[in-house]
Design a protein around this ligand. Sequence first.
Ligand code: ADP
Length: 255
Amino acid sequence: MTDPIVQFKDVHKSFGDVDVLKGINLDIRPAEKIALIGPSGSGKTTIIRMLMTLEEPTSGQIIVEGDNLWQMEKGGKLVRANEKHLRSVRGEIGMVFQHFNLFPHMTILENCMTAPIHVQKENKASARKRSIEMLEKVGLGDKLDNYPSQLSGGQKQRVAMARALVMRPKIMLFDEVTSALDPELVGEVLEVIRDIAYEGEMAMVLVTHEMDFALDVADRVIFLDEGVIAEDGKPEDVLQHSNNERLQSFLHRFR
Ligand code: ADP
């Protein structure tokens, strides 16, 4: 089996005296598609934010491509890996949020071009060409000069995906990207994610409440419950054949 690109080893996270994650062990392999499910407050977003290096563990290791992001000194004090390393890791991880986070004063083409030019130092012509290709891929090739305010929620979310994809990440994180959308716009966004997933190259972690979608797209489903991974396996095993009572009662809400 190929080496994982990300490993969580006994990761704990507390906010004040609240223990949110209580010993997470998780490997993510290249091109793997993982659906992360679980009740509100179970720690899904905290895992995603840790993957993005936006949040530090309280203890444990997060290893990205063989390098530990954080090191423990004697006495358990946590030290950041050097900033250069964190920046290079961030460059390999793309993220799409629930609330789009587009720049309102830029056209959608400019929204996509800005990070390749300013972060990756790509030349403008090439960033423009690749951004147009990505916007065409998500079905927005005719909206290049529109501003976010002129688009529907589903279209904005597709821009957010194009903007993340243009950075050519090795891992894409999707944090409840359809939760803020009107129901009739959910399908078009899931369809784009499905297309990206079927292309196969990137690892993807999807926090989602769309169980049919998880069954269809994911290689693996992880059920997070009260800060631990309570189930981890093939989608049909976890979503259809598990005897875990808490998972059953969680899934029941979506039926
Ligand atoms: P989920 O995404 O599964 O709904 P979260 O990871 O957002 O769960 O949150 C897990 C728990 O951690 C919640 O109880 C939440 O209130 C708490 N939490 C998350 N971030 C912070 C923070 N920055 N400060 C304090 N508590 C936090």
